[in-house]
Design a protein around this ligand. Structure first.
Ligand code: CA
Length: 443
């Protein structure tokens, strides 16, 4: 009898240990995407007056990327690449942002990252700004997310905000959505960051024993900017600094929640922003640091972003600064490999960078293409060289010697410029032929 009990206990212990091991085998993923935050807005990227201790610490313990790009200098196209691994033009989402009166959005046939997670049994949540189409078929719940709470488009697409700017006939209210339903119109924007953070924390706590994927897309610091009472008036950089410091706090809260639930070691947490700072709004917008230009341009300031990643213990590169040239295109395939998900069947543009990041081997350097806010291909980067053309001028910069794009070397290296221009034209021709269609309600 005694032996029987001992045997039962041994089986039980074995079962518990197996279950525990299974729990630790999966990797949780959180993508945090700010809105219109610049390359120079975080202390760890050189900002002298905004305090970002949590992101600074995340950069020290994880990896900070110094040459990370987004695929568009405006919201909707940039977001489409993060979730699809493709240039916006491949998805027919390259022609600027989706305004409230538009009837189109991301094609539900696209295989987005949340759908790949869903197919692998993950719990999925989207909190914050969506901006990939606000008609029902294009919203998060129809595209792989179990939960959605947030704004379907930008926080300035609001009757009250437009009225403040003197646009008294603006007809659209800003909807706050829960799932597919609007639960409030023109909500108090001071509490966006705080409320989204609380949602995120609750979801982590509820699913701490199960695999999960969270896409936290902060509506800030896109103007109009607001911070909660705890942060307003605190930063030396003024309200803009308050907003960034609250986003920093939010990231710290999320990392702390993962730690308290003992799942930080098997979580991949990514932090970046969809495009550069909104410079025409002067002190209300952010800073691109040493980079030229900002939001809406294909100068570096419009498309090079801070990127900090906390890697899981099972796949952890050496901490520090990584100088690889890469982009949001590579996030989906890298995560697919990291988490063992099924790859999308449709053609995408990104590639997994997992093995080179983990092993520290020399990075591959596929060309990076700079599409404008209107979807025109204006530039290409290959290694340190960037060729860019505007209607009246062409430029050639050595970005690793001239980060601020101040010295046009096109007259010194005309053959190099020509060959980069040929690559650019060839790529745009190819993607135009292969372009899929966005989803529309009126087709
Ligand atoms: Ca944006």
């Amino acid at each position: 009898m005694k032996m029987y009990h001992l045997f039962s206990i041994a089986i039980l212990l074995n079962l518990i240990s197996c279950t525990h091991k299974q729990e630790q085998d999966h990797i949780n993923v959180i993508l945090i995407y700010a809105d219109d935050m610049g390359y120079g807005d975080l202390a760890c990227y050189g900002n002298p007056t905004i305090k970002t201790p949590f992101l600074d610490q995340m950069a020290v313990e994880g990896v900070k990327y110094s040459q990370f790009y987004v695929t568009s200098p405006v919201c909707s196209p940039s977001r489409s690449s993060l979730l699809s691994g493709s240039y916006p033009k491949r998805l027919d989402l390259h022609k600027h942002v989706i305004f409230p009166q538009y009837l189109y959005g991301i094609n539900p046939d696209e295989e987005l990252l949340p759908e790949l997670f869903k197919a692998a049994g993950y719990n999925t949540a989207c909190y914050g700004k969506w901006h990939l189409g606000h008609q029902t078929p294009f919203l998060p719940l129809q595209n792989g997310f179990d939960e959605y709470y947030g704004l379907p488009f930008s926080n300035d697409m609001s009757k009250s905000e437009q009225n403040k700017r003197g646009n008294m006939r603006y007809p659209h209210y800003l909807p706050l959505m829960e799932g597919n339903d609007t639960i409030e119109l023109d909500p108090d924007q001071r509490y966006f960051t705080k409320n989204l953070t609380e949602r995120c924390i609750s979801f982590i706590e509820l699913h701490s024993d199960e695999p999960f994927f969270i896409y936290l897309a902060h509506p800030m610091p896109h103007i109009p900017i607001y911070a909660s009472d705890s942060f307003a008036g605190q930063s030396r950089r003024g309200l803009y600094g308050d907003v960034i410091e609250e986003i920093d706090w939010s990231t710290g809260q999320i990392l702390q929640t993962l730690k308290e639930n003992r799942i930080l070691d098997n979580s991949f947490v990514f932090f970046s922003s969809d495009n550069g700072p909104w410079l025409p709004h002067k002190t209300r917008g952010g800073s691109a640091g040493p980079l030229r230009g900002g939001k809406g341009t294909t100068w570096e300031g419009g498309m090079r972003e801070p990127c900090i990643i906390h890697w899981p213990e099972s796949n952890k590169p050496e901490s520090g600064v990584n100088q690889t040239v890469w982009s949001t295109l590579d996030i989906l395939p890298t995560i697919v490999e990291l988490c063992g998900l099924q790859s999308p069947k449709l053609k995408i543009d990104g590639q997994s960078r997992l093995s080179e990041f983990i092993s520290g081997e020399a990075p591959e350097n596929p060309p990076f293409y700079y599409y404008s806010s209107r979807g025109l291909l204006e530039g290409i980067r290959v290694n340190e060289w960037k060729f860019k053309h505007l209607p009246d001028t062409s430029f050639l910069f050595n970005l690793e010697e001239d980060i601020s794009e101040q010295y046009n070397l096109i007259k010194q290296y005309p053959l190099l410029a020509d060959s980069l221009n040929s690559l650019l034209l060839e790529f745009d021709h190819e993607i135009s032929l292969e372009m899929r269609q966005h989803g529309t309600l009126d087709q």
